[in-house]
Ligand binder design. Structure first.
Ligand code: ZN
Length: 270
């Protein structure tokens, strides 16, 4: 008798989870579809409920990009914030991990990655027309005030969401600091053999490299050569490279040997 009762309870419980999972699954897929659409992309993520997770997570399995979540966690956040947008903000954060390439290196622990995804979440929610308070709601209830090994403290994450949210309005209002141009005020393109980076000489004879955010990193200068055998020099730190009339770059080794190490060309000419 007693055994039957336990069995009956177990069936009820499993049935309850299943019923809830079906609803959440549709809502989660709908949410992911909407978020990705606002990025101008067609969604190609697998969205999956996983009761073994504590929260929500993004990972790659069998070459597919997966967003998995614990439905009870999502429902709990929605209940305590009183807004469905809190669920969207969590899923947007996980989508950010995929779009920013973080899931390619699942072992890496980089708190900056979390802030980048928080920022993305704020940005997308603004694009969806969600008020700032709703974009922040999930982090308000679930953020850790002190942070954890993987996650920065709540105040930093809230401000990342807020930054992303404002960034969307900056873009929408067309308040970019400068008009975008393909044509920069540069003199030469500098390439070294075996170095995949491209360097430039700008109008003030600085040697520049552009980082991944398009910010110029000056690290040397370009000048007429002090040696009569060459036309120009490229100098950084202790290194001096000699450039001849045909814009070939040479390095002097010990014992007066010279070696061709790269090429320059006039900017704007292939
Ligand atoms: Zn994350």
């Amino acid at each position: 008798m007693r055994r039957t009762w336990v069995f009956f309870l177990a069936v009820l419980w499993v049935g309850g989870v299943w019923a809830q999972a079906t609803t959440s699954d549709r809502a989660a897929k709908d949410a992911v579809q909407r978020i990705v659409r606002h990025s101008g992309l067609q969604p190609n993520f697998v969205v999956r409920e996983d009761p073994t997770l504590r929260t929500a997570v993004a990972y790659i399995k069998d070459k597919q990009r997966v967003i998995a979540y614990n439905a009870a966690f999502i429902n709990g956040i929605v209940d305590s914030t009183g807004t469905n947008w809190s669920a969207i903000s969590i899923l947007a954060h996980e989508i950010g991990h995929h779009l920013l390439g973080h899931t390619l290196d699942p072992e890496a622990v980089r708190p900056g990655d979390e802030l980048a995804c928080d920022r993305y979440s704020g940005f997308i929610l603004a694009a969806m027309g969600v008020p700032l308070a709703d974009a922040l709601a999930a982090m308000e209830v679930a953020g850790d005030p002190h942070g954890t090994a993987h996650h920065p403290p709540k105040h930093a994450r809230l401000s990342a969401i807020e930054q992303g949210w404002h960034e969307w309005f900056t873009i929408r209002n067309n308040t970019e600091p400068l008009p975008f141009t393909l044509h920069d005020d540069l003199q030469y393109v500098v390439a070294f053999h075996g170095d995949a980076n491209t360097y430039y000489v700008d109008a003030t004879d600085q040697v520049l490299w552009y980082d991944n955010y398009a910010a110029p990193i000056p690290f040397g200068h370009f000048a007429p050569s002090r040696s009569k055998d060459y036309t120009y020099e490229l100098v950084w730190n202790e290194e001096v490279y000699y450039v001849d009339r045909r814009l070939t770059i040479w390095k002097r080794a010990a014992a007066g040997m010279v070696q061709q190490v790269g090429r320059m060309r006039t900017y704007g000419r292939e």
